[in-house]
Design a protein around this ligand. Sequence first.
Ligand code: FES
Ligand code: FES
Length: 153
Amino acid sequence: MVAFIVNNTPADVSVDADKPLLWVLREDLEILGPKYGCGIAQCGACRVLIDGVSTPSCIVPVGDVEGASVVTVEGLADAQGNLSVVQQAWIEEQVPQCGFCQPGFLVAATDLLRQNPDPSDDEIDAAITNICRCGTYPRIRRAIHRAAALARE
Ligand code: FES
Ligand code: FES
């Protein structure tokens, strides 16, 4: 049994503690925002916040999040359903193409703005190492700048 918090809701799962968090989220908790891309912490499609830090959930054994707070893309809006500034900016900039990689980008951008409220393009490129096969990077940069501006309003 592993107990942790997912999107502000307690979760108790009866699984092997070695099972990757990504598969616990998708298979056992049916939280499908985090995606499987590479399985080796390279593409970022599976990123979630673990105690506020953007982390590839494909390489984290669920036993390592015992007692922690996990936030997926589904948990970025507040309890009233108000979208976060990052989500708002993503919509305003019409970022996604196929959308597969986008949950991981939203999580990574949320963590970047927590650490650096007004990143430059170079700082965005250095911090956000996620891979998008559709090539949405220019719009992702614009959306992060927009989210930073929304947060300042
Ligand atoms: S699936 Fe986890 S980083 Fe690619
Ligand atoms: S939007 Fe298609 S892979 Fe990124």
